[in-house]
Each structure stands twice: as C-alpha cells, then as structure tokens.
Write a protein that binds this ligand. Structure first.
Ligand code: FPP
Ligand code: ZN
Length: 477
C-alpha cells in the first residue's frame, strides 16, 4: 500500500489541483520588482503607471530552462521600458525618439565592405541588400544612389537556369530569389525590372512545384511554406502565367497550375495550436504564419482565401497569444522569448488577418513601446532584445513592425481583373492609427506593403511594368 508521502497515493484529481493551484505555483511580482530605480523622473513614473496598468505579470515558481531565460529577459528588458538607459532624447510620451540618423548610418554601413570572417554570410548577400534597402526606405531615405550597385549585384547572382543564388556561381534558392526580387522592386527602375530573366524564372519556379501542392526551396531541397510564399511573390510581381511550364515535373502527376493543391497544402500547415508551421506536422511559428498568410493573400482576396483555408478563430487566438506581456513585443512561438524581428513576422500577420476577419486584437502601443524603448541600439541599428548586437535583419523587421503599429490597412476589391494573382494590388491605406499612440510625427516610419514588405507603391509599379511587357515562355521580355 502506498504511504502518505508517496505522490501516487493522491487521487489523480488532487494531483491535478495541486499542479494547477495558483498559490502553489504562481505569485504576482510585487511592486518592488518594478521599483529598482530610486528616483523616478516624470516619464519613468508614466511608464511605470502604464506597466502596472497592463495584465499583472506572473512568475512561475517551477524553475525550468524556459522560466530562467524568461526571467533573464525581463531583467534585460524592464529597465528599458521603465527608464532610458541609453540616454536617448524623449518624445512627448516619454519614450525614446526614433533614432533615425543613427539607424540610417548603421544600415549604410551594413552594406559593406566586410572583413574576411563574413565570408560565411555570402549566401545571404541578397537578404542583406534587401534588409538594408527596405530599412532605409522605411526611414524615409532615397536609395537611388544604390540602384546601379543593386542591379549589378543581382545580375551576377542570377542563375543561367533561373532564379537567384547568393552570388555569382551559387546555386539558386527561393529565399535568395525572394530577397533579390524585392530588392530590385525597391530600386524600381526599368533597368532593375529588365535585369530579371522572366523566362528562366518561370521554368525554375515550375521545377520547385510539388505534387502535394507545396514548393521546395531549391531543387531537391526542403519543401516548406517559405517556398510557397516566395514562389507566389515571384509569380505575382513578375506577372507570370499560372499554368505550369511544360517541363514542370509536377505535370507528370496531373498538375497543370502553380495553384493546384496549394490551398489544401497551406491548410495542412495550420497546427492544433491554431498557428502555421513550416510544413504539415511541424510546430507553429510566427515567421511561417506570415509566409502562410502572405501566400493566401496572393492567391486571392484575403477574406476569401484565409477564411477558406484556415480556421480563423483558432489562428487569431494563437496570434493573440504571441504578444509578450509586459514586454509588449512579440515572440515567435509558445514559451519562447520576445524578439524584435517578430515585430514584423507576427505584427505583419495582423493586417492580413484583419482584412479577412475584421479589426484585430493586438496592442499596437505596446509593440511601439518595445521597439522604441527596448529595441533601439545606442549607437544605431535595432536589436532582438537589450544586450544583443544590432544587425540589418532586426533593423529591417523592427522598423516594419513599427509601420504595422502606426498604420491601418484595408483591402478593397475593385471591379475589373488585372490578371492572374492580382489580389495583392488592392490594398489601401486606411489612415494612421491614432488611439493610445506612444509616438510623435518624428517617430513615424514609411508605409510598407502588407504582403510584399516593400515601400507601398513599389510593388504596384513593378507589376504594372511587367503587365506591359509581352510574354513568351521562350523569348525575352
Ligand atoms: C526559429 O528560430 C525561427 C524559425 C523557425 C523561422 C525562420 C524563418 C523565417 C525568418 C522566415 C523566412 C521567410 C522567408 C520569406 C524566406 P529560433 O529557434 O532561433 O527562434 P525562436 O526561439 O524565437 O523561435
Ligand atoms: Zn530575431
């Protein structure tokens, strides 16, 4: 017979109650946890009042690797949300102003040249160019001085058999292709558009299409939702036909269109949690959620496609749980840490979901607080979280996140078709977000296209240019 100390002597329900008991496992953080600074300035008091006004953070008394790194994160972030350790100028809400000039300088430096130890980054060169071009334009910079350099960089990275690699002689990859096309779209000149070989691109994309509906990232490479999104971005911006090329392997299995089985495949990526994973059966993650929603928003009007292929209430519930409290920024998946890049990957999901299901339930002001207070690096550039070094990736995606917080978008399907995959050209600005803002005019970034993540207007110009070109799957143009 089990002794009184033996946990197996408890009934299952009493063990469950003990496990769930708030008094046993959870305690509220006391006020003193937030009062580390002895003398508070006016803005520090206002920030503290705000932090106290949001849901009481709870501390899990069961120490795990996850709870330890979460505590460490709070210790790193809270001083930046309450005070101003970087000594930045403050805006009228008592938050650090957007350090525009410093971020511009950082992004310009991030374009290189780099010391030899950066050689490992070579395959990511298209990404670095894209993050810098997108970040600079978000900050209001004219990037025309880089036009020729960008076009020549990508001309040599274009593979003779289609798509872009990291640089000259590298194998093509859909991620590099995505970053290269978006960079050329941001440059937005005729030379930039004309430098893309649409015929070889079409054939390359045809080789990536899989029988189950998805796309691989490279020949015989991994099939995941980035592939589906990147392929549709290319097909739409370059106004390519939806019909699969004659030599596409998927044709041998009866598929005829790039869209065959795609909605079903994206649907299979939605997990039991409600979020979207890289591929069916994997864990939901914010970056893949954006890719899935972006893909559906290119396939057709988001109201139709998102509602058709996803369980939207479950998705909203999952997305809504991705905003870290009290940090205010987003994390990418359950039990993980706030990180500035999710300001975009998760923050960017909201405009797409709102177009499908009505106004979202996310806290724009809290995201703005995280970005302005905790994600700006003292010397320029933006970061994952305080204590990390800035990089072009986190700079680009924090700034995109600030844009999602600052602007409202609406999707308006006007009469008249523009051709295949024309859905993403029906977005309109619905105005600036004005409730409970924590930024001044000087902290505003530029508008970003909700699907393509390029300056608003640039995707439309690109598509229009390609609509005016004659198409032949064999010839040029
Ligand atoms: C986890 O990293 C990160 C991922 C699982 C997703 C990475 C994918 C992207 C950034 C999307 C790329 C998009 C395109 C369009 C090609 P982690 O485990 O270090 O981070 P975590 O702890 O925050 O989850
Ligand atoms: Zn990150």
């Amino acid at each position: 017979m089990a002794s009184a100390q033996d946990p197996t002597s408890q009934t299952p329900s009493s063990r469950l109650e003990e496990t769930l008991s708030t008094s046993a496992r959870v305690e509220e953080l006391s006020d003193s946890d937030y009062e580390e600074m002895e003398t508070l300035t006016r803005h520090e008091e206002a920030n503290q009042a705000y932090l106290k006004s949001i849901t009481s953070p709870i501390e899990d008394l069961l120490d795990t690797a996850s709870s330890e790194v979460q505590d460490e994160t709070l210790r790193a972030v809270m001083p930046f949300l309450i005070g101003n350790p970087n000594d930045f100028d403050l805006n009228s809400y008592g938050l650090p102003t957007l350090q525009r000039e410093k971020h511009v300088k950082f992004l310009k430096q991030s374009l290189g040249p780099f010391p030899p130890q950066f050689a490992a980054m070579d395959a990511s060169r298209p990404w670095v160019v894209y993050w810098c071009m997108q970040g600079l334009t978000a900050l209001g910079q004219d990037i025309s001085e880089y036009s020729d350099r960008v076009v020549s960089t990508f001309s040599s990275a274009q593979h003779p058999e289609g798509g872009f690699g990291g640089g000259h002689g590298q194998l093509p990859h859909l991620a590099a292709t995505y970053a290269a096309i978006l960079s050329l779209v941001i440059v937005g000149t005729e030379e930039a558009y004309a430098s893309i070989n649409r015929q070889t691109m079409y054939s390359y994309l045809g080789r990536m299409k899989q029988v189950d509906g998805g796309f691989t990232m490279s020949p015989n490479g991994e099939e995941d939702i980035r592939g589906a999104f990147c392929a549709l971005v290319a097909l739409s911006l370059l106004n390519l036909p939806l019909e699969l090329p004659p030599d596409a392997p998927a044709r041998q299995h009866g598929l005829t269109s790039f869209l065959d089985n795609l909605g079903e495949w994206v649907s299979r990526c939605q997990t039991y949690e409600g979020g979207i994973s890289a591929a069916p059966g994997n864990e939901a993650h914010g970056a893949y959620a954006f890719c899935g929603l972006g893909c559906l928003s290119i396939m057709g009007p988001p109201k139709d496609t998102i509602n058709k292929w996803l369980d939207v209430p479950a998705l909203i519930n999952w997305l809504n749980s991705r905003q870290s409290c009290p940090e205010g920024g987003f994390h990418g998946r359950g039990n993980k840490l706030v990180d500035g890049c999710y300001s975009h990957w998760v923050g960017g999901c909201w405009a797409l979901v709102e177009a499908a299901a009505g106004k979202g339930i996310w806290n724009r002001a809290a995201l703005g607080r995280y970005i302005l207070s905790a994600a700006q690096f003292k010397k320029g550039g933006l970061v994952d979280k305080p204590g990390k070094r800035p990089d072009a990736y986190h700079t680009c995606y924090n700034l995109a996140g600030l844009s999602w917080a600052q602007y409202d978008w609406k999707y308006e399907k006007s009469e008249g078709e523009r051709g295949e995959l024309d859905a993403p050209y029906h977005w309109q600005l619905d105005g600036e977000y004005t409730e409970d803002v924590v930024w001044d005019n000087g902290d505003m970034v530029n508008r970003v296209h909700p699907v393509f993540v390029v300056p608003f207007g640039k995707a439309e110009s690109c598509r229009k240019w390609f609509e005016e070109q004659t198409w032949s799957s064999k010839g040029t143009g």
